[in-house]
Design a protein around this ligand. Sequence first.
Ligand SMILES: *[C@@H]1O[C@H](CO)[C@@H](O)[C@H](O)[C@H]1NC(C)=O
Ligand SMILES: *[C@@H]1O[C@H](CO)[C@@H](O)[C@H](O)[C@H]1NC(C)=O
Ligand SMILES: *[C@@H]1O[C@H](CO)[C@@H](O)[C@H](O)[C@H]1NC(C)=O
Ligand SMILES: *[C@@H]1O[C@H](CO)[C@@H](O)[C@H](O)[C@H]1NC(C)=O
Length: 306
Amino acid sequence: MQYRLLGICAAAFGAFMPLAAAQSECDRASIEAFADDYVAAHETGSLSNLENIAENFTYLENNKTQEITSGIFTKALKIAHRHTIVDTVDCASFSELIVTQNAAGQPAPYVIGTQIRHNPEDLSVYLIDLTVSTTGSWLFNSTRTLEYVTKESWALIDEDKRDTREALRLAADAYLDMWHNKSAIDAVPWGTPCVRLEGSVYTGSGLPTDSCKVGIPTNNNQAPNSHRRYVTDVTYGSISVLCIFEHLANAPDSHEFRMENGKFRYIHTITLANSGFFSAELPEPKPEPAPPARYRVRGDSSARLG
Ligand SMILES: *[C@@H]1O[C@H](CO)[C@@H](O)[C@H](O)[C@H]1NC(C)=O
Ligand SMILES: *[C@@H]1O[C@H](CO)[C@@H](O)[C@H](O)[C@H]1NC(C)=O
Ligand SMILES: *[C@@H]1O[C@H](CO)[C@@H](O)[C@H](O)[C@H]1NC(C)=O
Ligand SMILES: *[C@@H]1O[C@H](CO)[C@@H](O)[C@H](O)[C@H]1NC(C)=O
């Protein structure tokens, strides 16, 4: 009898092993709940509801450490668009926020990409890492960015069609390697259609032939995109990478990639390079597949800025 019980125990234990492993993943709902509180803090301009902050908490805005009370949180903003993904392996989230007005209805243009990192033990937050773009940033126009974003679908991906974390990471890295590695171009899983939203400029026009290859680097010997920080969510086929565009005067940058069936479908970028000169002549959205030369500059930014 005892023997038999033991047997049952061993079987039960064996059966629970994978479950236990799954349970050691970070809780999606808790990470999402903190992201909700974070978004609410933007809406109210108040940090008082941000709880479970770690002892060693750090706040970064555009790659610079600062007091969380000194930055963008002094403003109450109307969040016109919000999209959040959760990394249940690295205990982190990424949120994309688009703002055109403050809470009082006055103009307040921002596009923000935020990674939040939690301690796996108690889910306390030890890093809030923002890329905040506004007027003067690369191809910036948050009203237009909003128009494009709201037409896209970043819905949950069916369980049997999900790309792996590894596939997402390899794809994102290959893309970000193109500036310093020509062979990386062929390693990128280019999809068709695929659209890149670069600041407020859209490489697509709603055609089945839309391509994300428009305006990619032609000079592949530039300084790299370094200091990469990742948040990966296979349920949305999405990976966020915050990094430094060394070839673009060390610009803080955010790229979020969406993959469907192993190929890129959407790419969103936020770049803190000064392109104030664009505001006077920002290209209208154009249906032609050929990009205006002035934003192909991204492919060879060292030449323009150097
Ligand atoms: C803060 O603590 C977390 C979790 O223990 C750790 O991963 C992280 O590196 C620490 N950050 C700093 C800046 O020490
Ligand atoms: C920003 O985009 C909106 C919507 O497309 C447009 O009406 C507006 O003129 C643009 N602003 C600038 C400064 O280009
Ligand atoms: C360049 O990219 C290719 C394709 O991803 C990769 O195999 C190769 O190792 C990379 N080379 C360098 C120097 O990073
Ligand atoms: C970005 O932050 C990292 C880590 O704090 C630092 O090492 C790096 O020098 C920073 N880069 C720029 C361009 O500010």
